[in-house]
Each structure stands twice: as C-alpha cells, then as structure tokens.
Design a protein around this ligand. Structure first.
Ligand code: FMN
Length: 208
C-alpha cells in the first residue's frame, strides 16, 4: 500500500499517524488562563526533547470540527507556564474524563475528581494524584499548517524548571517503572500498560 497524504482527507492521515506511532506516552497538562481559571487535558503527541536544559514537547492539534485552538494552547500562550503530569493506571479513568471537550468555563480538575496541588516555580497547579510532575515554562510555540484550519497543529516546547517525583518511585536517580505503572495511548480507544519489558544492553563500538 502506498498513500499520498494529499490524496485523502486529513482524518485518514490522522488514523495512519496514531496507528503507526505507538505506544505514545501521555502528557496530562495542567494550565490556567490570566484570570486563574484552571484547565487539565491529556496529550499523547508528547515526548522529551533534551536534558540540557531539560526540555519536553507536546502537540495540541487545532479542533478537527472548526480549526479553533484548544484551551490548553490558549492558556499557555497567555501565561507561558504549564505542568506535565504523568498518567498512571490509578488515574487513567480520571484522565479520560478530563479529555472531554468541555466548554471553557469548566474546570477539568473538578469534573475528573482530581486535586490541584501548588507548584513551586510557576503558578498553574500540579495534579496531586500523579506521582511525577514537570513544572514547565514555554520555550517556543511553533504553528504547523494554516492556523485556524481543521487538523492544523501546534508544537509547544517547554523547559522543565522543577521536577516532582514521589519518593517511593525514585532510586539513585532512576524511576522505578514497576511502581510508576504508566499507561500509553494506542489508536482509537486503546491503551497499553508497561508490563512486558526486556533488556538489550548497548554494544560499545570497540567490540563489534
Ligand atoms: C489519551 C488522549 C490523548 C490525547 N492526545 C491529544 C494530542 O496529542 N493532541 C490533541 O490536540 N488532543 C489530544 N487529545 C484530545 C484532548 O485531550 C481534548 O481535545 C481535550 O478536550 C482538550 O482540552 P482543552 O481544550 O481543555 O485543551 C487526547 C485525548 C486523549 C484521551
């Protein structure tokens, strides 16, 4: 099968992307607008970028119905601050509720039954029930495609200015994945757990 993306609707390109780029980690992003109204939403177009300075990226796509920007993006462009909270099995259903496209005035913390906890270096709160939180400041916003067009996108690049890691997950600088129990997004309604691990040590060049 060969497919020219220009020959099909963007929704079909979306299906190819989300079915192929798997599994995807989930950034559960808390933000607030200039008036202090809280917002919380998951984004699986998410990854780490580099450690110096510690930097992450995620991609809020413009709404497929009308091309408008999502509340998370609007808040971050307004305040330049946000928190990435890691999603675990324990809060998977809360995360799914927070993904509902509520009108602006709704506070997804309340809708999803999650607790805002104060951040240290920025104003938006963290999710108390998430064991890892990255306090982030906006580094750069990149607009992809024609802004306002359904399916067009945005890349938000943010510097992690403060890490929170639950004590029981942290051993000599490493995260205990068996205790963290993160979940990842596949296509459609499907998710996966990180339970089938195997190790493959890297081979130094000299011994090849
Ligand atoms: C697991 C999961 C991952 C998601 N990933 C993305 C994503 O990467 N980009 C995006 O634009 N929307 C994504 N969504 C949809 C948003 O969470 C949804 O549109 C949300 O209502 C946006 O909220 P906001 O308008 O308050 O920012 C995802 C939804 C779920 C359940």
């Amino acid at each position: 099968m060969e497919i020219d993306p220009h020959s099909q609707p963007f929704r079909d390109n979306y299906k190819l992307l989300i079915g192929s780029v798997v599994p995807r980690p989930i950034a559960f992003v808390s933000s607030q607008n200039a008036d202090g109204r809280l917002n919380l939403a998951p984004f699986s177009f998410f990854n780490a970028v580099c450690p110096n300075p510690p930097t992450i990226m995620f991609a809020p796509v413009n709404r497929s119905a009308d091309g408008t920007r999502k509340d998370t993006l609007l808040n971050i462009l307004e305040t330049e601050e946000f928190v990435v909270n890691i999603v675990t099995e324990d809060i998977a259903e809360n995360m799914n509720i927070a993904a509902t496209e509520y009108p602006k005035q709704y506070n997804e913390f309340e809708e999803a039954g999650l607790t805002p906890a104060p951040s240290v270096k920025i104003t938006p709160p963290r999710v108390k029930e998430s064991p890892i939180n990255f306090e982030c400041k906006l580094t750069k916003h990149v607009s992809i495609g024609e802004d306002g067009t359904p399916g067009s996108g945005n890349v938000i690049i943010g510097e992690v200015v403060y890490f929170h890691v639950a004590d029981d997950l942290y051993h000599e600088g490493r995260i205990d994945l068996e205790k963290l129990k993160p979940i990842a997004r596949l296509a459609g309604d499907d998710y996966c757990r990180v339970t089938d691990l195997f190790a493959m040590p890297r081979i130094p060049y000299e011994t090849k």
